[in-house]
Design a protein around this ligand. Structure first.
Ligand SMILES: Nc1ncnc2c1ncn2[C@@H]1O[C@H](COP(=O)(O)OP(=O)(O)OP(=O)(O)O)[C@@H](O)[C@H]1O
Ligand SMILES: [Mg+2]
Length: 315
């Protein structure tokens, strides 16, 4: 990364922090390697509305809304998910990769027992490593459990793809919300899968990093957080642009996707260093060959549980 880019990034982070984005200190990456087994525990659902959440959120949130309001006001949209890459939209639970997403889900629930974890940023060092693939399938696997709700947000305002994977429209979306043109009900979609909600990227903008840091995203997340069990955020690659680093300031944890036989060692390491003081919770190794895993062609080494991955990323 060039010095100029680094300086720009620092300036943006400072601006985000001064506008309300928090910059947390290092979170210990000491989650033990526990084999995923059984169903994750049922979480306590935050109060859906009114006094408690409104009071906690402060005066700006006095008009907190309930999940019923969301259901009533959020339009149901037609989605045509890509059957090749969206693994959970039909009842064929044995698709390659589905089991690995369940394992990833279990690991996240295990982590959640030790730290607050609801807003998860999915990023990677470079383009085309599988961020969108992982974000979309992770959100889907979360809502396969009865009663769990997930919100998927396409915060890749530079190369939005989530709407294509889900087969729906990209507008209105996050950029319209961040520009102050739309409210949360108009940008949020719900499709055919119960309890899965989606905020697409919105229209293309010329200043994505400034928009992401303008304070409205934090406001949006605070407002919708009590209604969901998980908020999964897709983002641009980390090395070329600063957006995901800014987005990490608003999230509880960051998952880095590394594509097998593709991501250069130095780039994976760079991405890890970028997030080491921002709740880096794990690494997803994406796209390994079928015969490398006893179950499928996908393997996820979360939080460095996989030795090879730990070496790859930590260098
Ligand atoms: N494990 C996988 N198995 C099969 N196809 C995959 C896998 N991971 C990603 N792909 C496919 O590879 C392509 C690139 O993946 P994806 O769009 O998720 O990458 P990305 O990191 O989000 O890229 P960008 O940086 O451009 O946003 C997509 O067509 C996606 O469906
Ligand atoms: Mg993507």
């Amino acid at each position: 990364m060039s010095r100029i880019h680094e300086a720009l990034k620092r300036a943006e982070q400072e601006r985000a922090a001064s506008q309300g984005g928090h910059v947390e200190s290092l979170h210990p990456m000491d989650v033990p390697a526990v084999e995923a087994a059984g169903m994750p525990p049922v979480i306590e659902r935050a109060p859906l509305s009114t006094a408690a959440s409104a009071a906690a959120a402060g005066p700006a949130f006095s008009n907190a809304f309930t999940f019923d309001t969301l259901l009533a006001r959020c339009a149901q949209s037609e989605w045509n998910p890509d059957p090749k890459s969206m693994l959970f939209f039909n009842d064929d639970e044995r698709k390659y990769g589905a089991e690995e997403f369940r394992t990833l889900r279990s690991r996240l629930y295990q982590m959640r027992e030790k730290m607050p974890l609801k807003k998860v940023l999915i990023t990677s060092a470079l383009p085309k490593e599988g961020k969108t693939f992982v974000a979309a399938n992770l959100a889907q696997v979360m809502v396969r459990q009865h009663g769990r709700r997930a919100l998927l947000i396409d915060a890749d305002l530079r190369g939005a793809r989530l709407h294509q994977a889900l087969g729906t429209s990209s507008t209105p979306g996050l950029s319209e919300y961040l520009l102050g043109e739309s409210d949360e009900f108009s940008v949020m979609q719900r499709g055919p899968m119960e309890n899965l909600f989606f905020i697409p990227s919105g229209r293309t903008v010329s200043n994505p990093a400034e928009l992401v840091a303008n304070g409205r995203l934090k406001f949006l997340l605070t407002r919708v957080e009590p209604l969901f069990d998980w908020i999964i955020i897709d983002s641009p690659p980390t090395v070329p642009v600063s957006d995901s680093s800014l987005l990490a300031n608003f999230c509880d944890g960051v998952l880095i996707v590394v594509r097998s036989n593709t991501t250069p060692f130095g780039m994976a390491r760079k991405a890890r260093l970028e997030f080491q003081d921002k709740h880096l919770i794990g690494v997803v190794l994406n796209g390994i060959e079928a015969d490398s895993s006893p179950y499928s062609r996908y393997y996820y080494g979360v939080n460095g549980n996989n030795k090879e991955m730990q070496e790859t990323v930590q260098g």
